[in-house]
Design a protein around this ligand. Sequence first.
Ligand code: DGL
Length: 271
Amino acid sequence: MDGRPIGVFDSGLGGLTAVHALWRILPEEDLIYFGDTARVPYGGRSRETLLQYARQDVRFLRTFDLKAILIACGTVTTTSLPVLQAENDLPMVGVVEPACRRALSVTRKKRIGMIATQASVRSGAYEAALRRLDPEVEVICEPCPLFVPLVEAGRIRRGDVVIETVAREYLEPLRATGIDTLILGCTHYPLLTDIIGDIMGPEVTLVSAGEESAFELKRMLTAGDMRASGERQGTTAFYVSDRTEDFERIASTFLQEDLRCMARRIDIEQY
Ligand code: DGL
């Protein structure tokens, strides 16, 4: 048993898709969430910059006595996970492997689509993981660079012409390829599940990288006897690197919980 908190981080709101799942499947755990809202989006940045940001994010989280870190960010996982794991003496879970395993377990035609940030697509990490797990799988990867800024601006609802137009432009060609499974390889994208699902249609199964990483973390904590006591109710502390108000507003909508005045602002450049 280990009652210490779990650190979770992302460039902004995306990691909340993992938090949402963690609240459901590990309600007894304490979480420390960091969203690097001052520097979002990460997705168009270079590997060197991303590693520098990720190191600072981890350094901030490690000011707490944590038992594990969930890298709830596709971009950081695809570009920096092995380095971060080598540099840190605590368990770290990313989003790529868990999402790929789920996608392979649900695909019928072995024809899988993957959408993510430019940095993630460029890294080839999802493709490599899928092929390693099943050499016969066909993978089609597409970046959707406008999704993250639109999600951060709160444009996540059905009927919003801007997000629906952008989504159609990205996704209609992907739908035409005949994939039966689509990995939402950036953790921001599941905030657009309704919109993405409407365009892809019911025959395409959506896999949320954020949610799958939460399942993976649960498996890891259980296997290592590192779960908190099931008798308690966990708490979540939210930290961001810029204005708290916008984060709290959109996070409240997504998590269906009133998070007003719940987030604290930190200066990430100090770490
Ligand atoms: N949510 C992150 C990801 O999973 C980062 C998106 C971004 O900041 O561009 O890739």
